[in-house]
Design a protein. Structure first.
Length: 549
């Protein structure tokens, strides 16, 4: 190994880590489609209007994410989510690189490499890492890191850059406000050497955010109340503990539900003791520590003030920003210490042990999103197949869609967007090759979207043509039926069981209330864009006549 390579080994390994992370994330997100909140943008914000861009999402400002989605939509259409996944991956790589630079300036290249790798493979933050909608949080963190690095210059150019980065950071999400607070603390603590005239660094982005809030943000969803304010200190501590656990690979991080905290609390207590010891030995901590501490506190207190069930401090989408702040605090806390070879090796071993379980969480998150992709593409395929008759207000509610992630989709809006920007759904041919959960769900949505109607009348009327007589004996019989009216005459006896399927390969997803004895049931199936027939399953103890046409 050359002298240059030995000097730059951490940088070389950092490049390898970035390449490995990029390859891993490309593999984990391959084939995934748009998910959950992204549909709100695609359905309701497809134009460059003031309202589309400035209307908050929940309580967050989303100016930059909406602009990005609008540009991607016009450049690449809606047939694939790959462009936004590539953008998220690029943002994650840049963010890790900025963290590497920040930590290297304070405690050296090897600790910087360890910190960056922990962030790159932060499994409990899988939502932020694998779901492009969370580019809002990632973008705020990225430009917040860029702002902190710009402040390192301690000159006017650095201040101008920091102000610009803060404007962009706050445009991504309200997480940017945490970095505005950090800049304000930097100005305040450096007032003796640089004066207060540079307050514009944080005042400009704060003023722009204030104008947005007065115009649009004040109407946003908010849960600020006395209860949340009073309970915010333990919430903040729990958030810090959860972030520590996540970084060290100790989090249970369930894909759904709330994670529990185990080792995080004693680890947090140990970290607080370390801060106190450093304070006693050095009498003061660096300006940078207080700047980062202010940002960290602002982040968690803002989250606490807006708490509702589902926004617990252990929530996965909070772990990316939480991890960034923990690593920044560690770098500032250790600033100026000489970290020896043994300590570096020990830290590297801990990092490797932490990354292994976090990679498992990333894999599980990818599989969960892949299942959501199957359901989404199947549900949308059903809407497209039913386009001739589906009501424009037909919505993919959780009961219909099989998932709560498609609540922003209404048939009229979706078909309009699909006509203009292309389809992310399965084609009918692809649907036949899809996993069974998707084929099953497509039948459920089709029955509701067309819709299939079923009417039962007392008495038997065999006026239909092409009748098939089933002998009964409680044996299930399946027949092909097409568009139009199918008449089912059930002779006297117990109720017959009726069910339908079309794309499903097993089971009959579309169940009916059945047909009582001595009755006629009419099944009306509207015509649609698929030539594949439905299959009608009849189970009865007595003879049944099925008349098609």
């Amino acid at each position: 190994m050359t002298a240059w390579a030995r000097r730059n080994t951490p940088v070389i390994l950092m490049g390898a880590a970035l390449a490995a992370a990029a390859a891993l994330l490309l593999a984990l997100t391959a084939g995934l489609t748009f998910f959950q909140d992204t549909w709100e943008f695609l359905m309701n914000r497809r134009d460059f209007s003031v309202e589309s861009i400035l209307t908050p999402h929940n309580e967050h400002i989303v100016v930059v994410p909406v602009l990005i989605e609008l540009v991607l939509l016009r450049l690449f259409g809606m047939s694939s989510a790959l462009p936004e996944h590539l953008l998220l991956i690029a943002a994650l790589l840049v963010s890790a690189t900025l963290l590497f630079v920040y930590v290297r300036r304070r405690i050296g290249p090897w600790p910087a490499l360890i910190a960056a790798v922990l962030l790159l493979f932060l499994g409990p933050a899988w939502q932020d890492i694998l779901w492009p909608f969370e580019l809002g949080f990632v973008g705020s963190a990225l430009f917040g890191l860029a702002m902190l690095l710009a402040l390192d210059r301690e000159d006017r150019r650095g201040d101008i850059a920091a102000c610009s980065f803060l404007v962009i950071s706050t445009g991504f999400s309200s997480l940017g406000l945490s970095f505005v607070v950090a800049a304000a603390v930097d100005v305040l603590l450096r007032r003796r050497t640089r004066g207060l005239a540079r307050a514009w660094v944080f005042a400009v982005p704060a003023a722009l955010f204030g104008l947005w809030y007065l115009g649009w943000g004040r109407d946003a969803e908010s849960h600020l109340g006395l209860d949340n304010i009073l309970s915010s200190p333990p919430y903040v501590l729990e958030g810090l503990a959860a972030s520590l656990e996540a970084l060290l690979g100790l989090s249970d991080a369930p894909l759904e539900g709330v994670a529990t905290i185990g080792w995080g609390r004693p680890l947090l207590i140990a970290a607080i003791v370390l801060v106190a010891v450093r304070q006693l030995r050095r009498h003061e901590l660096s300006t940078g520590f207080w700047v980062v501490a202010a940002a960290t506190a602002a982040n968690w207190f803002l989250a606490a003030f807006n708490y509702i069930p589902g926004r617990e401090p252990t929530t996965g989408r909070y772990m990316y920003a939480g991890g960034v702040f923990i690593l920044l605090l560690a770098a500032e806390l250790l600033r100026g210490l000489r970290i020896g070879r043994t300590a570096t090796i020990a830290a590297a071993v801990i990092a490797v042990l932490a990354i292994a379980p976090n990679l498992v969480i990333l894999r599980d998150g990818s599989r969960w999103l892949d299942n959501q992709t199957v359901i989404t593409k199947a549900d949308l395929a059903a809407i497209e197949i039913a386009r001739r008759t589906v009501d424009s207000d037909f919505a993919l509610t959780p009961e219909v869609a099989g998932t709560p992630s498609l609540i922003d989709i209404q048939a009229g809006k979706y078909l309009e967007a699909q006509h203009e920007y292309g389809s992310p759904a399965y084609t009918p041919e692809e649907l036949l090759e899809a996993p069974e959960v998707g084929r099953h769900q497509a039948d459920v949505v089709l029955a509701q979207a067309l819709p299939i109607s079923i009417e039962t009348e007392a008495g038997i009327d065999s006026a239909g043509r092409r009748c098939t007589t089933l002998s009964g004996a409680a044996r299930a019989v399946s027949l092909g039926v097409g568009p139009g009216v199918t008449r089912i005459d059930v002779e006297a006896g117990p109720a017959a069981s009726l069910a339908l399927r079309r794309f499903a390969a097993s089971g009959y997803p579309v169940r009916t209330e059945g047909a009582p004895g001595d009755s006629t049931t009419l099944v009306r199936i509207p015509s649609d864009t698929s030539v594949r027939p439905w299959r009608l399953q009849v189970r009865a103890r007595q003879p049944v006549r099925v008349c098609r046409g």
